[in-house]
Design a protein around this ligand. Structure first.
Ligand code: PGA
Length: 226
């Protein structure tokens, strides 16, 4: 199973270091895969089993892109893993599918492991499963779904940070459809916590989870894979 923690705009450089040290200790005998996405200022090189990735970067080696980081800054820490397409970047930061596809291509061409996020808003979910699949299929526009270093994360927007996870039945049917579009490891994300983790992981076509809130305390994150 894959366990990925997205810290978003939480944690500092110091607290991230402490977190990773503790986590390394907790996962050393595990056969699962672990990823941590700290904020940019807390990026550091992976030194053990936990893979450290970036929540974002601009598709450039370097240059005049105020406020962004590029390949050169990631290379300093040997970061080779990136989250692309997270709904907060699509909606709050206004990233278009075209730009996301451009970013995907750039990091693909540089051999990155990409965790590519897709997910529908509530109004689409409310218009039925076939509309959901249509919406998600469009989020694959311009994306090389056969890229060998790709993990998909299905994260319904209405489930992110709300405490309302998708149901087992919703996850099962959506994951089945997504696997038919793109046959890659598939994570579920959206209010995963210690109460629903067993059910989520036992759902067909779920290869792991992408976790926000419930990953912020290492002890809490530990309960998910313990
Ligand atoms: P959440 O966030 O676990 O707080 O719902 C998940 C995510 O946005 O990746």
């Amino acid at each position: 199973m894959i366990f990925a923690a997205n810290f978003k705009t939480n944690h500092t450089r110091t607290s991230t270091k402490e977190y990773i040290l503790k986590l390394e200790n907790l996962v050393k005998n595990s056969s699962d895969e672990f990823y941590i996405f700290p904020p940019t200022s807390a990026l550091q090189s992976s030194f053990g089993k936990v893979i450290i990735g970036t929540q974002n970067a601009y598709p450039t080696k370097n240059g005049a892109f105020t406020g962004e980081i590029g390949l050169e800054q990631l290379e300093e820490f040997s970061i080779k893993t990136i989250l692309i397409g997270h709904s907060e970047r699509r909606t709050i930061l206004g990233e278009s599918q075209e730009f996301i596809a451009q970013k995907f291509d750039f990091f693909k061409n540089n051999g990155f492991k990409i965790i590519y996020c897709i997910g529908e808003p509530l109004e689409v979910r409310e218009s039925g499963e076939s509309k959901v699949i249509e919406f998600l299929a469009e989020q694959f526009n311009g994306i090389d779904i056969n890229y060998e270093n790709l993990i998909i994360a299905y994260e319904p927007i209405w489930a992110i940070g709300t405490g309302v996870s998708a149901t087992n039945i919703q996850i099962a049917s959506t994951h089945k459809a997504v696997k038919q579009i793109c046959n890659q490891p598939l994570l579920y994300g959206g209010s995963v916590n210690s109460s629903n983790i067993k059910e989520v992981l036992s759902t067909a076509n779920v290869d792991g989870v992408l976790v926000g809130s419930a990953s912020l305390e290492v002890e809490n994150f530990h309960t998910l894979f313990n």
